[in-house]
Design a protein around this ligand. Sequence first.
Ligand code: PGA
Length: 248
Amino acid sequence: MNKPLFVANWKMGVPLEHALKEVKEFVEHTTAQERSHVVVCPSFPAIASVRSAYSGVMVGAQDCSSELDGAFTGEVSAHDLRSLGCSHVIIGHSERRAHSKETDEEIGLKVARAVSVGLRPILCIGENRLERKSNNTFLVLRRQLEKGLKQVRSLKRVKLLIAYEPVWAIGAKKPASGEVIKEVHAEIVRWMRRWSIARNVSFGVLYGGAVDAQTVGSITRLLNVDGVLVGRASWSGVSCARLVHAML
Ligand code: PGA
């Protein structure tokens, strides 16, 4: 079995002047072998310096434009992220769906754009509390997956990650239970296997939402969990290292 992947989502939680210090501390507390299972996703302004200072750490972005280039003020091109040395890009995080009103269609275009420039997309999907309470979890996830992957249907050799992040667990005190994670991941894997049949698609499924050093080990040992997407607990290098030790 492959070792799980640890993706640190720094959101806007690590200011530029701390970014290098946190990565330096992370590097001091981990081995090169451990770091080969880690992707750090800093804010846009910190990507270049984090990447060039520590080439042993994989670097990802937290979003990209669906457009290739042109007159799109404020957008960040997937091509430029690739040129900066990013290997991954988070797409469709629930905070972007909520605050920036990103639609499933736009997210689908972004996923395809990322794939076309050689970035590995981390497509985030997840139901909110109301959708879970009204038994619509699978309906919502299926819609987000289908629309999120619609534009890459015709592409060959697609490598991507799906992050199951229940909206009610993001920023919460506790992650989803092992039962919930197992059930949802099994369904995602079933659906992805059917979808990727006859296509050259390789995928992994991450869990995200309130993961910390106490819970990361039990989550990554669950069936169909290929890694974690971690927010708050990844905002310090020492804490990141603690999670990676507990996970590997
Ligand atoms: P959290 O965030 O770990 O702080 O709950 C996870 C995420 O939003 O990716």
